[in-house]
Design a protein around this ligand. Structure first.
Ligand code: GLY
Length: 565
C-alpha cells in the first residue's frame, strides 16, 4: 500500500465533513494519481494527471478534469491515445444523471466488408498501418458533448492548456521512447509523422528529448476557437480528405462531416448488491464485465483458495469471450441480444463451470496463429471524481502504438488504426488475437467493436468506485479483477490493482498468467486442465474508490516499474 500523506488544509466547520472525503492524498509521492480537497484524478502520465488537477483548481469539475487529462495524454502519451482516436466517456453527475457518450471511430462510407482481403487472404498490414487503417476519429466530438452536458468550464478552457504543452514541449519518458523506437520504421513511411517523431536521419527521438508539436498545438487551438466544427467540417477534415485521396485512403471530408458522437443508454447490472454502470455496445466491455461477474456471483470468491478462484475467473472469462466473438458488434448494424446479460442465461452459463476441470467451450472461429502480441498495452484510461459527487471514467485510444502511424502533414494529429478492431475476415485474428464473425465485419459508417470498459460502481445509488483499463481484450479482464480484488477480497485499491492477473479470451484457448503468479497457484491450474501461457506483467488499470469517506486514486502499480530508470 502506498503511503498516505495528510495535506495541510484550512478547514471550517461547515465544510469539514465534505473535505473529510478528500483530505488524504497520494499526491506528494504519486504523481500519476492525485487527490486533494477538490477531487481526484488517475492517469498514466504525471503531466496529464496534473492537467486534471489544474482543471479542478481552476473551477472545473471532474468532467472537465477528466477531459483536460485526456487531451493532455494526447500530447504527452500520443502512442496510446489522442484526438486522432476514439473514446468512451461515462459520467455520473452529482445530481445522479448518467451519461454514456460514444466517441468510437466509424468506417469511411467507401469501406466494404472485404477491403482488407487480397487474393482471398486478409492482409492485416492494411488494417493496422497507413491510410486504410483509420476510421473517423470521435474523441473531439465526444468530449464536446460531455463538457456541454456535465462540465463546468467552456471546452476551450480544457483544450488550451494541452495546446500550450504541445507548443512548449515536454521530455519524453521511457515508455514513449521505447514505443517510438519500435514504431520508427513504420512512422518513417509517412513524412508528416517522421517530421514530428523522428530526427533528420529518421531515428526515433530518445528518452528525455523535448518533443515540441507545433502543428498539434495549432490544431488544438483552432478547435478551442471554433469548437469541433473545425475538426469535422473545417480545415482539419479537408486536410485529411485531400491527403487520403492522394495516398490511397478512403476517408473523405464528407465522412468527417457525417460523424456524430452518440449518447447511449448506460448498461446497468447488479453484482453482490452493487450497481455496475457499464458502457453498452459497440463496447464489448460493459456486456462482458457484467457477464463474467454475474457468472462468478454464485461462487464465494472471498473464501476460495487462490487457485480455485483464478480457475473459476478464467472459466467465466472463456465463456464470455466465446459470446463476444459471435454476438458483439455495432448495434446499429448487428443484433446484439440483451439476453446476454440476463440472469437466467448467465445462471445457465455459470452452471457450466466445473470446479475441478477447465471445460471445453466450442464456438465459432479459431485463430490460425497464436504467436501474436496479445498483451502489448495500448489505449489509456482516466479516472476522475470531485468533491461535489461527479464521477467520470474515460477510456480513449488510437488503438495500437501511434495508431495508423499517419500524421497528415500540417495537422500534428496521429490518426488511429481502429479499422483493425473490425473482424477483417471471419476467423482471422486481429492484432490482439481476437476473432469475430459477421457481427463485427467492416461496413460503411459502422463502428468497430471495442473492449474499452469504462465502469462506474454504485452502492445504494451513490458512486463508490470508477475503474477502467488499457490493453486490448485484457481491458475487460483487468476491470473484472480490479472489482473482485477490491470489493470481494476487500484489498486496498493499490493492492487490488497490483495483484497478479490472469486473462482468458476463449481463442486461443489458453490461460494467460502474469509471471509473478505464485507457482502453487499455477500448479493447481495445470491440474485442472488449463493450458498456461506466461506473460510479463501487463496492463494499465486506473481507479478511484471511496474508502472510509475518502477519495483514493490509484494509477497502475506496474507503471512506475515500466517507466523506471
Ligand atoms: N482498440 C482497442 C479496443 O477498443 O478494444
Amino acid at each position: 500500500m502506498m503511503p498516505v500523506v495528510l495535506k495541510k488544509l484550512s478547514i471550517n466547520v461547515v465544510t469539514f465533513s465534505l473535505l473529510l472525503s478528500c483530505v488524504f492524498a497520494f499526491a506528494q509521492d504519486e504523481p500519476y494519481a492525485q487527490s486533494n480537497d477538490l477531487g481526484a484524478v488517475a492517469s498514466v502520465h504525471p503531466l496529464a494527471t496534473q492537467a486534471g488537477m489544474d482543471a479542478l483548481a481552476n473551477g472545473g469539475n471532474a468532467v472537465d478534469a477528466a477531459i483536460a487529462t485526456a487531451l493532455t495524454l494526447g500530447v504527452v502519451d500520443g502512442h496510446n491515445s489522442g484526438i486522432g482516436g476514439g473514446a468512451f466517456v461515462l459520467i455520473r453527475t452529482a445530481k445522479g444523471q448518467l451519461f454514456a457518450i460514444d466517441g468510437r471511430e466509424t468506417a469511411p462510407m467507401a469501406a466494404h466488408r472485404d477491403m482488407y482481403v487480397v487474393d482471398g487472404v486478409a492482409n492485416t498490414q492494411l488494417s493496422q498501418t497507413g491510410p486504410l487503417a483509420a476510421g473517423v476519429p470521435g474523441s473531439i466530438a465526444a468530449y464536446e458533448i460531455a463538457i456541454a452536458k456535465a462540465g463546468a468550464k467552456p471546452y476551450a478552457d480544457v483544450l488550451l492548456p494541452a495546446a500550450k504543452l504541445a507548443q512548449d514541449g515536454f521530455a519524453i519518458d521511457k515508455i514513449f521512447a521505447d514505443r517510438l523506437a519500435r514504431s520508427a520504421p513504420r512512422l518513417a513511411q509517412f513524412p508528416g509523422s517522421a517530421s514530428v517523431l523522428l530526427d533528420e536521419q529518421g531515428n526515433p527521438w530518445p528518452r528525455g528529448h523535448k518533443l515540441v508539436q507545433k502543428d498539434l498545438a495549432a490544431t488544438l487551438k483552432a478547435i478551442a476557437r471554433d469548437g469541433s466544427a473545425y475538426f469535422y467540417k473545417g480545415d482539419y477534415a479537408k486536410a485529411v480528405g485531400d491527403w487520403m485521396a492522394k495516398n490511397g485512403g478512403l476517408l473523405t471530408a464528407k465522412d468527417f462531416e457525417a460523424y456524430v458522437a452518440l449518447e447511449r443508454q448506460p448498461l446497468l447490472t447488479q453484482y453482490r448488491g452493487y450497481t455496475l454502470v457499464g458502457f453498452p455496445p459497440p463496447s464489448s466491455g460493459g456486456v462482458h464485465t457484467a457477464q463474467i461477474l454475474a457468472m462468478l456471483e454464485r461462487f464465494d470468491l472471498a473464501n476460495m483458495k487462490d487457485g480455485d478462484r483464478y480457475h473459476v475467473m478464467g472459466e467465466a472469462m472463456k465463456l464470455a469471450f466465446a459470446d463476444r466473438a459471435h454476438w458483439l458488434g455495432d448495434p446499429a448494424f448487428t443484433k446484439v441480444p440483451k439476453g446476454l446479460v440476463k440472469a437466467e442465461y448467465l445462471d445457465k452459463q455459470s452452471a457450466r463451470i466445473d470446479l475441478d476441470h477447465a471445460i471445453d467451450v466450442s464456438g465459432p472461429g479459431m485463430p490460425a496463429d497464436v504467436d501474436i502480441d496479445l498483451f502489448a498495452k495500448h489505449t489509456t484510461h482516466i479516472a476522475a471524481a470531485d468533491k461535489l459527487g461527479n464521477w467520470v471514467a474515460i477510456t480513449t485510444t488510437v488503438n495500437t502504438d501511434f495508431g495508423s502511424k499517419v500524421i497528415v502533414p500540417g495537422t500534428g494529429v496521429i490518426l488511429n488504426n481502429q479499422m483493425d478492431d473490425f473482424s477483417v475476415q471471419p476467423g482471422v485474428p486481429n492484432v490482439y488475437g481476437l476473432v469475430g464473425t459477421e457481427a463485427n465485419s467492416v461496413q460503411p459508417g459502422k463502428r468497430p467493436l471495442s473492449s474499452m470498459t469504462p465502469t462506474l460502481i454504485l452502492k445504494d445509488n451513490k458512486p463508490v468506485m470508477t475503474v477502467g483499463a488499457a490493453g486490448g481484450p485484457t481491458i475487460i479482464t483487468q476491470v473484472v479483477q480490479a472489482i473482485i480484488n477490491h470489493l470481494d477480497l476487500a484489498l486496498p485499491l493499490n493492492d487490488a490493482l497490483g495483484k497478479s492477473r490472469i486473462h482468458q479470451q476463449w481463442r486461443p484457448d489458453m490461460l494467460f498468467v502474469e509471471s509473478n503468479l505464485p507457482a502453487g497457484i499455477r500448479q493447481s491450474l495445470v491440474v485442472k486442465g488449463h493450458k498456461l501461457k506466461e506473460m510479463p506483467p501487463y496492463g494499465s488499470t486506473q481507479a478511484i474508490a471511496l474508502v472510509d469517506g475518502r477519495l483514493v486514486a490509484v494509477a497502475e502499480p506496474r507503471l512506475k516499474i515500466r517507466n523506471a530508470e
